[in-house]
Ligand binder design. Structure first.
Ligand code: FES
Length: 122
């Protein structure tokens, strides 16, 4: 079996309501991951690109969080309506969806414009 060309990791972590960091899948429905799988299958990408449910990717303040490897492109605030565009533009077209990308200076930092000094969600 050939190797996967890309992996899409979709955070499906849950935290209790009111948690300062929030979480990417408060309803625990795996809705985004299921939708990615569906769109990939529709485009004939099953076996080439895999959408995996993931635990916390530690970018909670930017969530819902999705990362595409090996491209190392991180997306934040991903909603159901964004999945088609990510698959079409990025996965098929090779052009990441810039409006959804988490800025490099916001990744893995204690503070950024989206966090307060304690790393909590604004
Ligand atoms: S809960 Fe999704 S990145 Fe942390």
């Amino acid at each position: 079996m050939p190797k996967f060309e890309k992996h899409i990791f979709v955070c499906g972590n849950q935290r209790p309501p009111g948690h300062p960091r929030g979480c990417c899948d408060p309803a625990a429905q795996k809705e985004l991951q299921v939708l990615f799988k569906q769109k990939l299958a529709e485009r004939g990408l099953k076996g080439k690109v895999r959408a995996n449910h993931s635990g916390c990717l530690d970018q909670c303040e930017h969530g819902p969080t999705v990362v595409v490897y090996p491209d190392a492109v991180w997306y934040g605030g991903v909603q159901r309506g964004d999945v088609e565009e990510i698959v079409t533009s990025h996965i098929l077209g090779g052009k990441p969806v810039e409006r959804l990308m988490i800025a490099d200076e916001c990744l893995n930092t204690v503070s950024c414009p989206h966090k307060n000094a304690e790393g909590a969600k604004k």
